[in-house]
Ligand binder design. Sequence first.
Ligand SMILES: Cc1ncc(COP(=O)(O)O)c(C=O)c1O
Length: 421
Amino acid sequence: MNTDAAYAKEQDAKDPLASFKDRFVITDPDLIYLDGNSLGRLPKDTRALLNGLIDDWGDRLIRFWSQDHFNIATDLGDKIAKLIGASPGEVIIGESTSVNMYKLFMAALQHQTGRTRIVTDNLNFPSDVYILSEINRWLGNTHSVEVVASPDGMTGPVDAIKTLLDEDTALLTLSGTVFKSAYTYDMADINAAAAAAGALVVWDLSHSVGSVPIDLNGSGADMAIGCTYKYVNSGPGAPAFLYVRKDLQEKLFNPIAGWFSRENPFDFGLNYVPKTGIGRFLTGTPDALSMAPIGVGVDILLEAGMDRIREKSVAQTDYVIALVDEYLAPYGFTINSPRDAKYRGSHVAVGHPEAWRINQSMINDMNIIPDFRAPDNIRLGITPLYTTYTDIHAAIMRMKKIMDEKLYEKYTMEASATGVT
Ligand SMILES: Cc1ncc(COP(=O)(O)O)c(C=O)c1O
């Protein structure tokens, strides 16, 4: 692959998604933002929408809720369903990703009475594993939680997972795209193996939604959750989504039942009758102001088209890898993400023994924002809606300068005080 700056310019000039960058607030044009995989940029339309909603609250008071907002959790669920290959009535928005995981893990385990094995892998996000192990503790350690090790710390242990799927397996949960290496599972393959064993699968799609095409119905997925603040650009801590396959919904119960998961909540009856449909996984009043930006984020992604986004993401992550191989490998950098794009999401983890200090120098000396994941990964997040080839080329050149001039040496090895990296 051609790795010179002119090539980057040429690619940008013919990029069919180039105009989408202008849909986002960019206050520092020199900043190379490679962390859309942690927190997406602010869409310009979101600012206008939120200002309008705040005025609406001030003006209309309790009437704010009316039809427009009262069903926001299911209305936006139906919208995000289009992005992830689900049907209307299969997705809701609300809570954090972690809370939704708790709801679905509990619901699945209650349904799978008699089965005592829970399976995940050690590439999964820590929150997912904590929730599994704490649920098991609350249940009185009735289950075994098998955390299957990746063979290389990068690749999903597919075969080892499959050997644990049998008549004793209640639940398998994996990240569709894993947070460190961006390894991406073949969901249809895993779903088929789990279904054959009667195990239920909960997918964590936080790093997949908006970055790789997802076909929940087509791949035979049972359940999924995911966040909206990364590639869906819905803002810090924006509520998550929760998906349950239609024919499973009536068989499962919400462990955090509340008035919003009850039929006719405004009856105020004290008997609990779960809603039919996906609404039974709601709990309380929707956080309407935090949810609203999800509509904007999803609309932009649908307009750009997941196929075009994926095509650009593959081309750009391939480009990152080619540039790292050529310019940074001589300084000891390694590629800690799959080289085969089929198994890669939209970020590239590059490894270096000095990754923590280099990451500091990228932020403080070079005006690049990537992020660091222990022990030695710098994640370079590609967001095709606003990452340009020129950004990528410039970022690698700035990293080369850090190495040539040993700029990272002025930083200490101590982790940042805030802990947010
Ligand atoms: C893959 C993955 N799962 C779960 C979480 C936790 O999400 P939340 O903090 O919204 O509960 C994150 C957070 O970044 C994540 O990246």
